[in-house]
Design a protein around this ligand. Structure first.
Ligand SMILES: Nc1ncnc2c1ncn2[C@@H]1O[C@H](COP(=O)(O)OP(=O)(O)O)[C@@H](O)[C@H]1O
Ligand SMILES: O=c1ccn([C@@H]2O[C@H](COP(=O)(O)O)[C@@H](O)[C@H]2O)c(=O)[nH]1
Length: 213
């Protein structure tokens, strides 16, 4: 039985992880990839009053149900399908919906804290860290959170100073040491992306990952 190749993309919030993941999906072929964003595994805060939800530290490892993600990756590696949770960032709740994800030759995992968890890290074959300066990450996050996640300028600044920045320094930045490849600036770095994609293609041709070998 061939083993799926597990590629992981970490990096700070707003660094460009999703942009890099989207480019890999496009160029390697989304039909060959099971895509699991760690964001989908945020814990459901529906039992907490709305005003308190906004104050939760979403940048600490405990805010995510990582054990479920580990279970899902192990299932996909064993060629079993999974039901990916659908998280709503505007209400901080897990919706009733799930996305059915079939096993594929490539499993693509993405998230700010995925290299900070040893049990998760050991499942990855290729570890990519997207490294972008904090000022650029903050500006990108500010624009995105207002546009897509129902936030105000004040709430984005407060959250950044109270939790995003300190947790980045405590958990995300130190986890960079586990990366095999560091991509400066993210999704528009075509030189780095070409190299990463060519490596993925080579691995997919190898005996371990190619059913035709
Ligand atoms: N290299 C880049 N230059 C400029 N903007 C970028 C770049 N990479 C990503 N962005 C933009 O920054 C925002 C956050 O990027 P995203 O990939 O969602 O980051 P992450 O998933 O790491 O939070 C998006 O609006 C995206 O279009
Ligand atoms: O309910 C939530 C859950 C998470 N967040 C923030 O999301 C980012 C991680 O997502 P990126 O796409 O990597 O930016 C994290 O920094 C959390 O603060 C949230 O605001 N609300």
């Amino acid at each position: 039985m061939i083993t799926p190749l597990v590629i992981a993309i970490a990096g700070g919030s707003g660094s460009g992880k999703t942009t890099v993941a989207t480019e890999i999906l496009k160029r390697v072929g989304s039909h060959r990839i099971a895509y699991l964003p760690h964001d989908a595994y945020y814990r459901d805060l529906k039992d907490l009053p709305r005003a308190q939800r906004d104050l939760v530290n979403f940048d600490h490892p405990n805010s995510l149900e990582t054990s479920l993600m580990i279970e899902h990756i192990k299932k996909l590696k064993n060629w079993e399908a999974i039901e990916l949770p659908v998280y709503d960032f505007t209400t901080h709740t897990r919706t009733d919906r799930t996305i059915h994800v079939e096993p594929q030759r490539v499993i693509l995992v993405e998230g700010i804290l995925i290299f900070a968890e040893p049990a998760l890290r050991e499942l990855f074959d290729v570890k990519i860290f997207v490294d972008t300066d904090p000022d650029l990450r903050f500006i990108r996050r500010l624009e995105r959170d207002i546009r897509e996640r129902g936030r105000t300028t004040e709430s984005v600044i407060r959250q950044y100073l109270n939790t995003v920045r300190p947790m980045h320094m405590e958990f995300v930045e130190p986890s960079k040491r586990y990366a095999d490849v560091i991509i400066p600036e993210g999704g528009f770095n075509t030189v780095a992306l070409d190299m990463v994609i060519s490596r993925i293609e080579t691995l997919l041709e190898s005996k371990e990952h190619n059913p035709d070998e």
